[in-house]
Design a protein around this ligand. Structure first.
Ligand code: NAP
Length: 276
């Protein structure tokens, strides 16, 4: 598995697994758990979840999926902005730990920026880290100016920014991705197949056929092409997980990348960070 490093040197796979909208349909539960376990077995050991997903139900499903294999998993969860205060973050973290059935979240993120001052969230994250409840902390959906402000507020220890990034959302290439690279923080790309919409794109299908891969594999291989982005596709079936895992072994040629640039050009100018 292709790996990258967090700023503290912790190796993490460039391809992980998302869990948004898991645990919402009882009939799919067993397949979702099997998919996550297969992903871990294949090296997609980073699992991303959040207290928001299914109101805690996704964290519970992840807890069930990682029972017995916790030590092989790099667990990422996210706190609501309204919980990112000195008082509330430790309590939100404890609730997530209980649902996940573990005593440590490997990487704990602020889900998006809210009203709590960034400096207070940094202090709360640092306290959880000092207490051993989290291994590292980071943020999500913060644009470049927010990241500058975060660091100025004492947040040099931030490990990542989880952002919307895929072939159809290339705005971060202008200044956010370079800023993160300059600070040795890998970006974490969410919705890397645009929630499935990219897979139906006729141009991507055409390029995928010429590459001898599937559209999902081309989209994922493109997202992790430079080695400093972690993509976290959500897949609810073992078949999709296996297909996605193979993307980590797919190297796109210069000609393939040029074809993708033509089909999915990066915006000409800077764009505010998009969110889903
Ligand atoms: P995504 O991963 O781009 O797309 C998920 C969709 O693609 C699902 O419908 C899935 O179907 C389908 N899919 C996956 N692999 C496939 C394959 N090989 N072939 C065909 N279809 C495939 O979208 P996402 O779930 O929005 O994003 C991924 C993760 O990022 C989330 O689950 C969540 O953990 C995180 N996220 C974070 C934020 C944030 O604000 N920080 C926002 C959005 C998402 P099946 O389920 O049927 O496999």
């Amino acid at each position: 598995m292709k790996v990258t490093q967090l700023p503290d040197g912790t190796p993490v796979p460039c391809l992980g697994q998302g869990t948004w909208q898991m645990a919402e349909t009882p009939a799919r539960r067993a397949a979702e758990i099997a998919a996550l376990r297969e992903g871990v077995a294949l090296g997609m050991t980073l699992i991303d979840t959040a207290e928001m997903y299914g109101d805690g139900a996704a964290e519970e499903l992840v807890g069930e999926a990682i029972a017995g294999i916790r030590d092989r998993v790099f667990l990422v969860s996210k706190a609501y902005p309204h919980n990112a205060s000195r008082d509330r973050l430790p309590r939100a973290c404890e609730r997530s730990l209980t649902r996940l059935g573990t005593d440590r979240i490997d990487l704990y993120l602020l889900h998006w920026r809210g009203d709590i001052p960034l400096g207070e969230t940094v202090d709360a994250m640092a306290a959880l880290h000092a207490a051993g409840r989290i291994g590292a902390w980071g943020v999500s959906n913060l644009d470049t100016a927010d990241m500058v402000e975060l660091v100025a507020a004492g947040g040099e220890g931030c490990a990542t920014d989880q952002i919307l990034y895929n072939l159809t959302r290339r705005g971060p290439e202008h200044d956010l991705l370079p800023w993160l690279a300059n600070h040795a923080m890998p970006a974490m790309a969410y919705s890397p197949v645009e929630q499935g919409r990219l897979i139906a794109d006729p141009t991507l299908n055409h390029i995928a056929t010429s590459v001898g891969a599937t559209p999902a594999q081309v989209a994922l291989a493109w997202t992790i092409r430079n080695g400093d982005v972690i993509a976290i596709p959500k897949a609810g079936t073992v078949d999709h997980v296996r297909e996605n895992r193979a993307a980590a072994d797919l190297t796109l040629s210069a000609a393939d990348l040029a074809a993708l640039d033509d089909a999915f050009p990066r915006p000409r100018g800077r764009r505010p960070l998009e969110m889903l």
